[in-house]
Design a binder for this molecule. Structure first.
Ligand code: PLP
Length: 402
């Protein structure tokens, strides 16, 4: 009666959503003050003032019929011109309005890109741990989803694993730096090696292997670590960007796809992006937001707050003896589960009203993710709970040894 794959996507619940709903239940039962909810990557910092100022200005000065009307499918041409001008200045690119397609956030950017590229038999490789929806978007596009585990010491790319993961059917590799869930940005050498690897395999297979760079956290790079605009590093790149996190606008659903113009045939790839947008009903991204974000390309929410949160959480948990990955950016801390089963550890954490996500849905076992896009005072109040949780986990481990 219905598409079985869609039925499955609609019926199988995500661990993150489950935990977040459990949080709602506990808040209703014991009050919001006592629940330490690290489940969702929902920004807690207000959008910059410029967003409200632009909204007001648009409401006061633009004819409402035009303001709320359809734009062209790829986005208003003046908005695209303004965005491309800013992107070109910032990243030293020479992109044009015909290289950018406005979308409803990174999720639709990814879904559109994967549908635009997929031909029968194609495979896409994602570096684990990864944003769980990659698997859904890839399989829904009709391609095979292949997992390549990162090196678990630094969560950079493991090129031995990557060599095993790719083959002549590989159409693209999906990367996401700063990464959800680890916060890691690989070093320059690793990113340059990735570009060289892609050049090499593209040549060997006789067709391009695309780099799909998912970039909702680009601006959340606390030490300004080297992070190239990937079109400058590798020609066959497609950037999937979102304004959700840097501008704290996740519910407004606005982002873009940029197709690099540095390879032969890029016009066809862009046309396929437009075609996928059309086929999937993702035409004309929210029109007011298109105009707002185009005026906010050089501002962001007060991201220093996340940096402060990171420092408090990372330093405190390390001191308690947790094994944590140092997050260069994004707003997640990835912690090795002291118990072998991350599910068991996440369940145990609930006893201390700590809501932390087990890592299985990110394509790797044995870790938990803490989203620290929360009020700083909540982090400070939660520290004794983390201490008590660690002590109980250590006791369980000691008991099991006997
Ligand atoms: N990609 C990653 C890595 C994410 O973490 C998220 C959201 O959390 C998305 C994509 C989707 O972002 P958007 O809200 O812009 O659709």
């Amino acid at each position: 009666m219905v598409n079985q794959r869609m039925l499955q996507y609609g019926s199988v619940r995500s661990a993150i959503r489950d935990l977040s709903e459990y949080g709602n239940k506990r808040r209703a039962e014991i009050g919001r003050h006592d629940v330490f909810d690290y489940s969702l990557g929902n920004p807690s910092i207000p959008a910059p003032d410029k967003v409200a100022e632009e909204l007001k200005l648009l409401a006061e000065t633009v004819d409402p019929v035009a303001l709320h009307g359809y734009t062209s499918a790829a986005g208003d041409v003046n908005v695209r011109k303004k965005m491309i001008r800013d992107i070109n200045i910032r990243y030293e690119t020479d992109l044009t309005v015909d290289d950018i397609y406005l979308t409803c956030g990174a999720a639709s950017s990814l879904a559109i890109t994967l549908n635009a590229l997929t031909e029968p038999g194609d495979e896409f490789v994602a570096i684990a741990p990864f944003f769980a929806e990659y698997k859904v978007f890839t399989e829904a596009a009709g391609a095979k989803f292949v997992i390549c585990e990162a090196d678990t010491e630094h969560f950079m790319i493991d090129f031995d694993h990557l060599e095993e993961a790719v083959n002549e059917n590989t159409k693209g590799i999906i990367i996401n730096y700063p990464n959800n869930p680890t916060g890691v940005i690989p070093d320059k050498q690793c990113l340059e090696s990735l570009a060289a690897f892609l050049e090499y395999v593209s040549k060997s297979y006789g067709h391009p292997v695309f780099l799909i760079s998912d970039e909702p956290y680009r601006e959340l790079n606390y030490e300004y670590k080297y992070l190239p605009y990937f079109t400058n590093l590798y020609a066959h790149t497609i950037v999937c960007y979102s304004f959700s996190k840097a501008l704290s606008l996740p519910g407004e659903r606005i982002g873009y796809v940029v197709v690099s113009n540095k390879f032969d045939g890029h016009e066809d790839v862009y046309a396929a992006v437009c075609g996928a947008g059309r086929a999937m009903g993702y035409v004309c991204a929210p029109s007011t937001m298109q105009r707002v974000v185009s005026q906010c390309m050089n501002v962001s929410a007060d991201l220093e707050i996340y940096k402060k949160n990171r420092d408090i959480l990372y330093n405190s948990l390390k001191q308690m003896g947790y094994d944590c990955t140092y997050p260069d950016g994004a707003f997640y801390l990835f912690v090795k589960s002291p118990l072998e089963s991350a599910d068991e550890f996440s369940e145990l954490a609930k006893k201390y009203e700590l809501l932390i996500v087990p890592s299985d849905s990110f394509g790797i076992n044995g870790y938990v993710r803490l989203a620290y896009c929360v009020p700083t005072e909540m982090i400070e109040r939660s520290l004794p709970a983390f201490q008590a949780l660690k002590e109980e986990a250590d006791k369980i481990i000691a008991d099991r040894k006997h």
